[in-house]
Design a binder for this molecule. Structure first.
Ligand SMILES: NC(=O)c1ccc[n+]([C@@H]2O[C@H](COP(=O)([O-])OP(=O)(O)OC[C@H]3O[C@@H](n4cnc5c(N)ncnc54)[C@H](O)[C@@H]3O)[C@@H](O)[C@H]2O)c1
Length: 308
């Protein structure tokens, strides 16, 4: 018996890349899957309904249950139709994975209003739109006395959590998604919903186009353990989706065999005064603060627990 037996899941952007791997693993673990994908180009342009359908067909060929949906996550009515597709087809919704995404990279000084708006629209508003419609259903169910575990899993990025130059639109949206997850975890707990967030790193068409990174990611394709394989991301997402998982409000980093736990924004040093500071006093008190934050490599200081 699979770890997601009897659960109904929506995976947005499930037609390609990381989302496709989530959809396939979910189905192998016994979930009924709504594969959503607009079939957009990497920059969000156009649509191709065959992307979602191909993954739904692949799942059915493996003996699983799946249905395709091609609505855009950032279309409010489309997001509602997506949630309704799960309810109409499979009669319930236990798991929502907000994964759909696009890129329009440009340095801040050259970025257009359209480039900023489009990326925020798909990632931040799109995650909110589908979550909002799912949450309304989950509230109705909870108020009717149904006590079933529901799991919301959002997709952030190291770009948003650490700040990647050239991606001010994407980083702002991804940081917003991490913050939104924490609010969702607090607000939706009363409806039996757990909310968590992942920041993945894997070889997909989005990262293959990144100068330098594409070649590095290709180099492990034939290794016994291909650390850049997007399928490496999905076990964490499936684990967070299982009904006996207790986690909520967490943000994880996942790449290859590494799963890291983030601990948000922390105040690491504090300067105190019994009265309001003067500008000069404050400048003197903070004079030993480094001019720039530590340029730490993410994960370089973490405690490791190895699975052998
Ligand atoms: N690949 C990485 O290393 C990496 C790193 C950090 C974050 N992410 C995030 O992971 C998620 C998946 O990215 P990926 O790398 O698999 O990229 P991908 O391009 O392979 O997959 C994204 C999918 O989302 C779909 N999509 C785009 N706009 C949509 C919309 N409005 N509605 C519905 N579907 C839409 C696309 O058609 C595509 O199939 C994204 O949120 C991305 O930002 C990926």
């Amino acid at each position: 018996m699979g770890t997601l037996e009897g659960r109904v899941a929506i995976v947005t952007g499930g037609g390609r890349g990381v989302g496709r791997e989530h959809a396939l693993l979910f189905a192998r673990e016994g979930a009924k899957v709504v594969v959503n994908d607009l079939g957009a180009a990497p920059d969000g342009a156009g649509s191709d309904v065959s992307a979602a359908q191909a993954v739904a067909d692949e799942i059915k060929a493996l003996g699983g249950e799946a249905v395709a949906n091609t609505d855009s996550v950032s279309d409010w009515a489309g997001a509602e139709r997506l949630v309704q597709t799960a309810l109409d087809t499979f009669g319930d919704l236990h798991i929502l994975v907000n994964n759909a995404g696009i890129l329009r990279d440009r340095v801040l000084v050259n970025m257009s209003e359209e480039e900023f708006d489009l990326v925020v629209d798909v990632h931040l508003k799109g995650s909110f739109a589908v979550t909002s419609h799912a949450a309304r259903y989950w509230r109705t169910q909870a108020k009717a006395g149904v006590q079933v575990d529901r799991a919301l899993i959002n997709t952030s990025s190291g770009s948003g959590l650490h700040g990647n130059p050239g991606q001010v639109n994407y980083a702002a949206a991804k940081a917003g998604i991490a913050a939104m997850t924490i609010v969702a975890a607090k607000e939706l707990e009363r409806y039996h919903v757990r909310a968590n967030c992942i920041a993945p790193v894997a070889r997909t068409r989005l990262t293959e186009a990144t100068p330098g990174l594409g070649e590095v990611m290709q180099s492990t394709r034939n290794d016994a353990f291909d650390v850049w394989d997007p399928a490496n991301i999905s076990p964490l997402v499936a684990m967070l989706a299982t009904e006996n998982c207790v986690f909520s409000g967490h943000v994880f980093r996942v790449m290859g065999g590494e799963v890291g736990l983030y601990k948000g924004w922390n105040v690491v040093e504090q300067f105190e005064s019994d009265k309001r500071w003067t500008v000069e006093e404050l400048a003197a008190a903070t004079s030993r603060v480094p001019a720039r934050p530590d340029a730490e490599i993410p994960g370089s200081h973490v405690k490791s627990l190895r699975n052998n």
